[in-house]
Design a protein. Structure first.
Length: 400
């Protein structure tokens, strides 16, 4: 439901009842992931999409029915029928399970509280029961960024406490996931499946080197939802006027800035300086940090010399294996804008642990519904979180 959080927040603020249809399971190829929602208010206004158009009409009518009947949540399945050309289904051949429920903001104030946090760019988690005992389908519980539950339609008790504990864990990890819990007499005797929608803080993209490629990359990173920082030690180049799409522009030596920066396993570090006095101390530090991606710009000759200097600086072979250099996928990129696409394409492929090959050269589903957790190689059930130009060196910047 976080794909339409801003609209839902406004509707909650207006005490406007609505029906919420959420994808809770995907099998085969489907255009949108688990957790995606459509909402319809009492005036028939709709927001969001769950199938890219294939079944939107049927879902809209189901929302209208649930909203009008004021009944319990309903579950619907959408697939594809080869026998019935007029059947409602996904032309992509996938299957969707959808839960449709009525939301009344006047009595479900906790949902509005969590959506207010999300709309304000703050972390929050919304847990939604998508399978389990009669009467629990569609039940919700909200947890704020500090781990504090703010209520829900789950009765206070062992089930609510178990759901809140799992929501807090996923909120800390910054990951949306569907989880199964219960069957334990003391903790949660009722076995149920819960979809935890997590809105984490924006992941960070740290771009080092205030050049034209950085300007294009900062714009591409902003479009992808990153909090973008451009850092360079040369104040004449590191200005907000040159990087209007960056969230912040920092004048400092790159490694010194990185030493104090907050990073996590979603952080992308893009080194565009290809100047050894900047690169080596920066990469030596970055390759030892728990960041998600480290890429460095430069020719293959520059890369070879960079590896030699990193070895001399004590960087291990295992650490150097994390370095993506030359940075980006092979798209034949030449302009800054093309290079930005090349780099962000590699970041996306790396984050999703995919090959980066053309889809026409692959078989199997286009969209995977199970991915691996960061760094642990374990599956998480149904989770759903160039040729460079030379850079002028120095310009009177003294070493720190």
């Amino acid at each position: 439901m976080l794909n339409i959080a801003e609209t839902l927040h406004r509707w909650c603020g207006e005490a406007r009842p609505f029906a919420l249809a959420t994808v809770v399971d995907v099998r085969g190829s489907a255009p949108l992931p688990v957790g995606t929602s459509v909402a319809v208010d009492e005036d028939g206004n709709a927001v969001g999409s769950i199938s890219g158009g294939c079944v939107e009409g049927a879902v809209y009518e189901l929302c209208r029915q649930v909203l009008h009947d004021r009944g319990a949540a309903q579950r619907a399945w959408f697939g594809y029928s080869d026998e019935d050309a007029f059947a409602v289904g996904l032309t992509c051949g996938g299957e969707l399970d959808v839960v449709v429920q009525r939301v009344d903001p006047a009595s479900q104030w906790h949902l509005g509280a969590a959506l207010a946090e999300v709309a304000g760019g703050r972390p929050a988690a919304l847990a939604q029961v998508v399978d389990g005992p009669d009467g629990l389908l569609g039940a919700t519980l909200s947890v704020l960024g500090d781990g504090r539950p703010v209520g829900g339609t789950l009765d206070d008790g062992p089930v609510a406490r178990a759901v809140a504990d799992r929501a807090r864990a996923l909120l800390r990890a910054g990951r949306t996931a569907r989880v199964t819990l219960g069957g334990e007499a003391d903790a949660c005797p009722q076995r149920l499946s819960v979809l935890v929608h997590v809105a984490a803080t924006r992941p960070r993209m740290l771009i080092f080197g205030a050049i034209d490629f950085a300007a294009a990359l900062s714009q591409a990173g902003r479009i992808l939802g990153y909090h973008v920082t451009v850092c360079d030690a040369r104040p004449v180049f590191a200005t907000t006027a040159r990087f209007p799409h960056a969230d912040e522009v920092v004048v400092d030596w790159p490694h010194r800035y990185l030493e104090r920066a907050e990073v996590d396993d979603r952080t992308a570090v893009c080194v565009l300086t290809h100047d050894a006095k900047f690169d080596i101390p920066l990469l030596r530090l970055a390759l030892g940090l728990p960041v998600g991606y480290v890429g460095a710009m430069g020719s293959r000759r520059t890369h070879g010399e960079r590896l030699r200097l990193l070895r001399e600086a004590g960087v291990t072979a295992a650490q150097m294996s994390r370095l993506r250099s030359p940075i980006g996928l092979d798209l034949g990129a030449r302009t800054p804008e093309e290079t930005a696409v090349s780099i962000t394409a590699e970041i996306i492929a790396h984050a999703n642990r995919t090959s980066g090959l053309p889809l026409s050269q692959r078989s199997g589903p286009i969209h995977e519904t199970t991915v691996h957790g960061p760094g642990d190689g374990q599956a998480i059930e149904e989770e759903y979180g160039a040729a460079p130009l030379p850079l002028p060196a120095g310009h009177g910047v003294a070493a720190p």
